[in-house]
Design a protein around this ligand. Structure first.
Ligand code: E4P
Length: 217
């Protein structure tokens, strides 16, 4: 499973990328706001760090304007994935932009039927939002499972990019089900390394090592 990092925080991206944990990046208008940076400038900086797909989201709501914004965002770098909302206009824009050979990430997907439409419109990625479904007492993981089944039934090449990942359990479930990609905030990716038994075991080893009075270096 590929790891995308869901942030516009350049320092966090650089740190995770140096560890080989970043196959791509996703941003959205809320993350751009949080970064306090100009969208074109920060996205360019991210594309200079990461060689995989970097999603940059349009903010227009009408297809022609989405297409114009998407083309402008795509000028930033060759690895831009244009992020479009899963609306009828977003699907129209997806069809045009993917037809031009551009990477498109269709976002804000909350149903398997929406995912089916995005695949038919030529999306490179579909982004089902797990956490936001969980927030309203639905099981986001059921959606990932349904999309996996449907895409496999018909051989769609659109990659399932599990989004709105909030917990380490989400990451594990996505990997088990076979999402192609997951995008998570840096803190969730860091938490994947944590286990209380690792901490406890290390504490014991350190205490016993101190008693040996030995040194390695
Ligand atoms: C994905 O591309 C989105 O930017 C993101 O995963 C949304 O996550 P949230 O629901 O935690 O805001």
């Amino acid at each position: 499973m590929k790891f995308f990092v869901d942030t516009a925080d350049v320092d966090a991206i650089r740190e995770l990328n140096d560890l080989g944990m970043v196959d791509g990046v996703t941003t959205n208008p809320s993350l751009i706001l949080k970064s306090g940076r100009d969208i074109l400038e920060v996205t360019k900086e991210i594309c200079d760090i990461v060689s995989g797909p970097v999603s940059a989201e349009v903010v227009a709501l009408e297809a022609d304007a989405m297409i114009a914004e998407g083309r402008k965002l795509a000028e930033i770098a060759d690895n831009i994935a244009i992020k479009l909302p899963l609306t009828w206009d977003g699907l129209k824009a997806c069809k045009v932009l993917s037809g031009e050979g551009r990477m498109v990430n269709v976002t804000l997907c909350f149903s398997a039927n929406q995912a089916l439409l995005a695949a038919k419109a030529g999306a490179s990625f579909i982004s089902p939002f797990i956490g936001r479904l969980d927030d309203i007492n639905l099981d986001g993981m059921d959606l990932i499972e349904d999309i996996r089944t449907i895409y496999d039934n018909y051989g769609f090449k659109t990659e399932i990019l599990a989004a709105s990942i909030r917990t380490v359990g989400h990451v594990q479930d996505c990997a088990r089900i076979g999402a192609d990609v997951m995008t998570a905030p840096p803190e969730v990716i860091r938490k994947l390394a944590s286990h209380p038994l690792t901490d406890k075991g290390l504490e014991q080893f350190m205490a016993d090592w101190a008693k040996t009075g030995q040194k390695i270096l």
